[in-house]
Design a protein around this ligand. Structure first.
Ligand code: SF4
Length: 641
């Protein structure tokens, strides 16, 4: 039987397991990437594994999240990352070189390879036909040490793109349409594979916008074929030798097929506070806007920013709007500077930020209180902007630019004649902001400032977990809720004792204190618990505070893996109605050893005197990881066998 794209790459990298949806498989990883917010922890974990050098074909450590240096912490972390990269054979991308996914797409992503990244938007590289998956830092550390990556074989969904986009409608509108149809839960346990005649009309950066925001569907990854468009992009980056054609077999099968007529799409917007709360710009209406932010790994490519520059040229940003623009990479920034587009942006009144995540991760440019911000980013969770009561709308660069001029949410089709911006035949390649590692890193001294604290490790669990429910949450708890992002918290990312004090701060400010006082505890959650980023701090901090299990109606994939990797049991209600029978403060007994070998585990609510069932869904390997007290302990045990 023919294979689809995902099956082709997985079968070529398969180390263990059968490619049956839902079954655990293990694949060999060719490339890894980390960013600074997840990287410090990933490299501490790599160091703890005791190998002399990474065993991947290519590993890159980017600094893009936390580039503000208002204290010594970030600067110290950057030095740590730089020195440990040199020691272990990792390419270091200096602050200012750009956002990890944009830069990786430009310089390193290769069709047909596997990429594991300690960042949930790693699927951006699916734009060139790489199988690119976001994971926790510990899983990335294991891959760097030469270990396989384990995940449940996803079902593959085909999205057929037909025809061509109308003027002023862009790739962002395609992925917003997919989000509108499938919702933020619709991609869980799935790979989204794009095909159809419309694919050929989309450039690689446009494809990457779509695969990037597939993360918001909860999908394992998203992927485009590698075709002549891919070949031209790689050639323009001086990387023609890396191109291979990668197409699904004509008789490939899919779990589901979705058809989108590109010509019928119109400019869309995701309204507060979820990326799937999608409406047309016209339906959303002319909402007064305080801030427009353009950039992020979703929408800061050369063509994105050239379109913005063309719209702004000869115009002025509305006096009530603050327009901030962060180019996605130094390559893009240089091109805008060289061709005059940067001058057009500045003349119009844009505030130019450095090439980094910036406002997307809440590092500066928080909107005013109660303000409205239109952003070209991928997430609009409440509070992520840095302003708790801000209303964030997600839109294309074209919508954002039109909005910046008018001062209200605007359909760019009202502007004037369409603009035609295409990719150049060659990009100015300058890898001068990468630091390539020496052949022999054995003499490199790792720089460890006072902000780098020792790695906390979980303990193996008791046979029966007896603990109170410290917190009961609703649906769609994000990793931002669990371990907040933003300028106040990111400097603490390599200091778990300090960061843990802020766990669930916006949900229940007493959580950390109560968990610490209880010694051990349980969290009860609703649907889609842990959605959002790959941030393993969202598992590490609760683990540090003594959380032993999370019982939820359902979990987001990466967070569930992170919980297992840090020795926290992720359990789902067999009967979701049992959620309503538990309150915060109830004492629960989880009979782990009796239940782990079965599908279901019995949980007794000691306070209310009833027993209910939960499913663990753990593979035999994951069960061993839990019993070992986490993946790092397990990996060490395996190494000494
Ligand atoms: Fe950076 Fe935002 Fe992309 Fe995350 S989603 S990598 S914070 S730009």
């Amino acid at each position: 039987m023919g294979q689809n794209l995902a099956q082709k790459i997985i079968s070529q990298h398969l180390v263990a397991g059968k490619m049956v949806p839902g079954e655990e498989v293990a694949i060999r990883i060719d490339q890894t990437l980390t960013q600074d917010a997840t990287g410090t922890m990933a490299y501490l974990q790599l160091e703890a594994m005791g190998i002399p050098r990474v065993r991947t074909k290519l590993s890159v450590s980017y600094v893009d999240h936390n580039t503000l240096q208002t204290g010594f912490e970030n600067a110290d972390d950057h030095l740590f990352l730089q020195s440990i990269a040199a020691k272990y054979g990792i390419i270091f991308s200096r602050p200012g070189n750009g956002i990890c996914h944009q830069v990786h797409l430009e310089r390193f992503a290769v069709p047909g390879t596997t990429l594991l990244g300690a960042d949930s938007h790693t699927p951006t590289a699916g734009g060139v036909g790489a199988l690119a998956i976001g994971a926790g830092g510990l899983e990335v550390a294991v891959a760097m040490a030469g270990g396989p990556f384990y995940f449940n074989m996803p079902a593959v969904v085909r999205v057929n793109l037909h025809g061509r986009l109308s003027p002023w409608v862009s790739a962002k509108d395609i992925i917003l349409e997919v989000l509108r149809r499938l919702t933020v839960k619709g991609g869980v346990g799935k790979i989204i594979e794009y095909g159809g005649d419309g694919v050929a009309t989309l450039s690689v950066p446009e494809r990457a916008t779509i695969t990037n925001m597939g993360a918001e569907l909860g999908a394992t990854t998203s992927i485009f074929p590698s075709d002549e468009v891919t070949r031209a992009f790689l050639a323009a980056q001086g990387r023609a030798a890396g191109w291979v054609e990668l197409l699904p077999d004509p008789d490939a099968t899919y779990e589901q097929v979705i058809d989108i007529d590109l010509g019928s799409l119109e400019p869309l917007v995701a309204r507060p506070h979820m990326p799937d709360n999608v409406a047309t710009v016209r339906e959303a209406g002319p909402i007064k806007v305080n801030q427009v932010a353009i950039g992020s790994c979703t929408n800061s490519s050369y063509t994105d920013l050239m379109r913005v520059a063309a719209i702004l040229k000869g115009r002025r940003v509305h006096p009530d709007v603050s327009l901030v623009i962060a180019p996605g990479s130094r390559q893009v920034f240089r091109m805008l500077a060289a061709n005059g587009a940067l001058a057009d942006l500045i003349t119009a009144g844009a505030r130019i930020l450095e090439c980094a995540c910036g406002p997307c991760i809440g590092m500066g440019q928080a909107p005013p209180s109660g303000g409205v911000s239109v952003r070209t980013f991928n997430r609009n969770f409440q509070g992520r902007s840095g302003t708790a009561d801000a209303l964030v709308y997600l839109a294309s660069p074209e919508v954002a630019a039109a909005t910046a001029i008018n001062g209200y949410l605007s359909d760019p089709r009202e502007l004037d004649d369409p603009i035609n911006i295409t990719l150049p035949a060659s990009f100015p390649v300058d890898d001068g902001m990468f630091i390539f590692p020496p052949e022999d890193g054995s003499r490199v001294e790792i720089r460890r400032g006072p902000n780098i604290k020792p790695l906390p490790l979980p303990q193996p669990p008791d046979p029966v977990i007896a603990a109170p429910v410290i917190l009961k949450t609703g649906d769609n708890i994000t990793t931002d809720h669990i371990s907040p992002a933003g300028a106040k918290y990111l400097p603490l990312r390599s200091n778990i004792p300090a960061l843990a004090e802020h766990a669930f701060e916006g949900v229940d400010p007493t959580f950390a204190r109560r968990a610490r006082e209880a010694g051990q505890g349980i969290i009860v959650g609703g649907q889609n618990y842990g959605q959002g980023s790959s941030r393993e701090h969202a598992a590490l901090c609760p683990m540090y505070l003594g959380i032993k299990a999370v019982i939820a109606k359902s979990f987001a994939r990466i967070h569930r893996s992170n919980l297992v990797n840090f020795g926290i049991l992720p359990l789902t209600f067999t009967d979701p109605a049992d959620y309503d029978r538990i309150a915060a403060g109830d004492n629960l007994n989880i009979d782990l050893h009796a239940g782990l070998g079965q599908d279901e585990i019995a949980v007794t609510n000691v306070t209310r005197g009833f027993t209910f069932k939960v499913r663990h869904g753990l593979s035999p390997r994951q069960q061993a990881v839990i019993l070992a007290g986490g993946l790092l302990n397990y990996t060490r045990q395996q190494a000494t066998k």
